[in-house]
Ligand binder design. Structure first.
Ligand SMILES: [Zn+2]
Length: 102
């Protein structure tokens, strides 16, 4: 479960017990538990692996999905395809530069 920090801070500022300094640890815990929660999932990070210079093909480091005929250049692949269809955020530097596996 996650809470929205901005909404929680706004609620704290309007909560009378906080304003008048009459609050216990129990009150703080109860207050936090009563905040609305948001659905969220951990971000999976990956990168596009260049596997073929001639076909301009890149592979997702997480699921293996291929991007083919991407002619924008290696430095622009993540800019134009910042997420894979598997949900991975493509923001991890490619540590295998120069090691082609295809
Ligand atoms: Zn993927």
């Amino acid at each position: 479960m996650f809470i929205d920090v901005d909404d929680t801070v706004k609620a704290i500022k309007s909560y009378p017990e906080f304003i008048f300094g009459k609050i216990s640890q129990y009150d703080v815990a109860r207050f936090i538990r009563n905040q609305p929660v948001v659905d969220a999932a951990p971000v999976v990070h990956g990168h596009w692996i260049e596997i073929s210079l001639s076909n301009h093909t890149y592979k997702c480091s997480v699921c293996g999905r291929l991007l083919v005929n991407i002619t924008d250049g290696k430095n622009n692949v993540a800019k134009h395809y910042p997420y894979c269809h598997c949900g991975a955020k493509m923001d991890v530097p490619d540590i295998n530069v120069g090691n082609k596996d295809g």
